[in-house]
Ligand binder design. Structure first.
Ligand code: NAD
Length: 275
């Protein structure tokens, strides 16, 4: 028996990275999956892999920034598989980069249209179908960069902070309908989001947090599976960090890495005695 038997899931950004990994995982757990992305070739490959993993899947080309596309995506899920239980708003990119004074309004708007407005559309059009189904689970991919400054490009980080608060507000509004709304805040995951993955990127990511390995798309798929399934039925309005402990250290030590102190055993401070 699969953990998502008889459930229907929509996953955006499923042609690559964490979205693809989640689609394959969900399909293997019994869900019928609508693989949505701008990238048709990658999307078709994900569909193939979902089927190889024993599941049902179809591809729908979508730009999540376009309202009619997202509306059509939800309609496709219901038309193809009869209902909607899970929406994973995951599509994303880096978007605007550079110093603030050089970022254009167009670049700000496009970044937010994909990373934040796209999530709003995904939530908006899932609601009526999930109500009909008696409830559902909406998951979005935010980022640890949405929780603090300095971990991602500025405009990206602002949009991800918006995803986190949209999650909280939607969870409050939709709890009465048994529609759960959560987001995942990944740390450094080795996906092609910033360019092709490599051994170098894998090594750099492995050094970044207390658990000394790079995050993998499968780590996010595992979290999404938990949030999608009935095991999390009393969990809503969470921003779940999946970061190998990065933020646990960042919050307490920020620039002063605890590694500095881990090599010796003793007693350090008070500070005036250290001068
Ligand atoms: N990789 C990381 O370290 C990391 C960390 C935190 C959060 N994230 C977030 O995770 C999510 C998935 O990213 P990933 O790392 O798997 O990257 P990825 O590039 O492998 O996958 C992102 C997918 O989104 C698709 N996409 C981009 N714009 C789209 C649009 N307008 N409409 C539809 N599809 C679109 C891309 O084609 C791609 O297939 C993103 O929201 C990203 O911001 C990534």
């Amino acid at each position: 028996m699969g953990r998502l038997d008889n459930k229907v899931a929509v996953i955006t950004g499923a042609a690559s990275g964490m979205g693809r990994s989640t689609a394959i995982r969900f399909a293997g757990e019994g869900a019928a999956v609508v693989v949505a992305d701008l990238n048709e070739e990658g999307g078709s490959s994900t569909v193939r892999q979902c089927k190889e993993n024993g599941g049902r899947a179809v591809f729908q080309k979508v730009d999540v920034a376009v309202e009619a596309d997202v509306q059509a995506l939800i309609a496709r899920a219901v038309g193809e598989f009869g209902r909607l239980d899970i929406t994973f708003n995951n599509a994303g990119l880096i978007g605007a980069v550079g110093p603030l004074e050089e970022i254009t309004a167009e670049s700000w708007d496009r970044t937010h249209a994909i990373l934040l407005r796209g999530v709003f559309f995904g939530i908006k059009y899932s609601i009526p179908e999930m109500r009909k189904a008696g409830g559902g689970s909406i998951i979005s991919t935010a980022s640890m960069a949405g929780m603090q400054g300095g971990f991602g490009p500025t405009i990206y980080s602002a949009a991800k902070a918006g995803v986190i608060n949209l999650t909280y507000c939607a969870a409050v509004e939709l709890g009465k309908d048994r529609i759960r709304v959560n987001c995942i805040c990944p740390g450094g995951i080795n996906t092609p989001i910033g360019g092709a993955t490599s051994e170098r990127s894998e090594r750099a990511l492995a050094e970044a947090q207390p658990i000394r390995r790079a995050g993998q798309p499968e780590d996010i798929a595992n979290a999404a599976l938990f949030l999608a399934g009935d095991e999390s039925e009393w969990i809503t309005g969470t921003a779940m960090l999946v970061d190998g402990g990065f933020m646990a250290r960042a919050r307490s030590f920020a620039r002063f890495s605890s590694d500095e102190w881990s090599g010796s055993v003793g007693f350090v401070g008070p500070s005036f005695q250290l001068r």
